[in-house]
Design a protein around this ligand. Structure first.
Ligand code: SF4
Length: 310
């Protein structure tokens, strides 16, 4: 039996009396590496911004804005491109050379133009976008998340889509076994009172949608997986699991299983240094402007001591 709540997502490993709040990405992280899960969600160590993450977020937001237009016909491609401009997340690009940043932006524009070509001819506004849910799985597990896109099917039902910005599309077999889509299928019943007809991963970069009928999704297996992860988190089982994914782990310098201090420590330091220097330049430019403004108003002899105005 599942019920809906609207509580904020948190993980309580240490408090057995509280329901454990998990999400697809948390379960997925645990499955990849339990120690990484602990660093990210229990110790709450900050993650580094990255161009890939910011790019994916920006494309997601633009797509969501476009599909949310309640119009009888597809909004023009300019609406999609304007949404990209309005929603652009710059955090992962700080310190990057301007021409490289522009290349990322142009790539996003190309992907969105293709998205428009693919979907405009059959456009129907989304039934829902970024629909938040919180599922109670038994007395002690809550699974939270949001569904990217809910489409109206020809038969009047719903189909669930998750937009993916990864380069490569997955196989039908992968999609059938998707824990994320199984969670969404369960959430749909709670949110709208009925099963989706189909669920899909839509790979926006390659322009491929892999949809499977709801019957092919094993929600029982998904619940068993989530329950097992919750049990292991409660048991504080956080053994590191090194793999090729360590290359993208933000916590390598803290991890006893990772050999070396990480190949990009110096690179990250250089990026942060560049960002801080630019910030200092901006601050100094603004200080000069404000000093000039004060002199213009109060006369050339006016001196504003540091600390004045605090
Ligand atoms: S470096 Fe690898 S083993 Fe260590 S926490 Fe990260 S993913 Fe896990």
């Amino acid at each position: 039996m599942t019920t809906i709540t609207t509580a904020a997502p948190e993980v309580h490993a240490e408090d057995a009396a509280q329901p454990m709040r998990l999400s697809f990405s948390r379960v997925d992280t645990y499955q990849q590496c339990p120690l990484r899960f602990r660093f990210a969600y229990l110790d709450k160590l900050p993650s580094e911004p990255s161009p890939h993450l910011s790019w994916g977020t920006s494309v997601h937001r633009a797509i969501e804005a476009w599909w949310s237009q309640k119009l009888p016909a597809a909004p023009p491609v300019d609406v999609l491109l304007q949404a990209l401009y309005d929603c652009w997340d710059d955090t992962g690009f700080e310190g990057m050379a301007r021409e490289d940043k522009i290349a990322w932006y142009r790539h996003a524009q190309d992907v969105l133009r293709r998205h428009h070509e693919r979907h405009a001819p059959s456009f129907v506004p989304a039934v829902a976008s970024e629909e938040w849910f919180a599922l109670q799985l038994g007395p002690d597990i809550e699974v939270v998340g949001s569904i990217d896109h809910v489409a109206r099917t020809d038969g009047g039902g719903i189909g669930i889509v998750d937009w993916k910005t990864s380069k490569r599309a997955k196989t039908r077999q992968d999609v059938r076994g998707s824990l994320q889509l199984a969670i969404y299928a369960l959430a749909a019943v709670e949110l709208w009172g009925h099963e989706p007809e189909w669920v899909a991963l839509d790979f926006v970069v390659s322009g491929v949608r892999v949809a499977v009928p709801r019957e092919e999704i094993d929600t029982d297996a998904a619940v068993a997986t989530i329950s097992e992860v919750a049990e292991r988190v409660r048991a504080e089982a956080f053994t590191p699991s090194p793999s090729r994914l360590c290359d993208w782990c933000d916590f390598r310098s803290l991890c006893p299983a990772f050999e070396g201090e990480g190949p990009d420590v110096a690179g990250r330091a250089a990026i942060e240094l560049t960002r801080l220097r630019r910030k200092r330049e901006r601050d100094e430019a603004r200080i000069n402007e404000l000093e000039q403004l004060v002199r213009d108003r109060l006369g050339p002899e006016a001196v504003l001591e540091e600390g004045a105005g605090r």
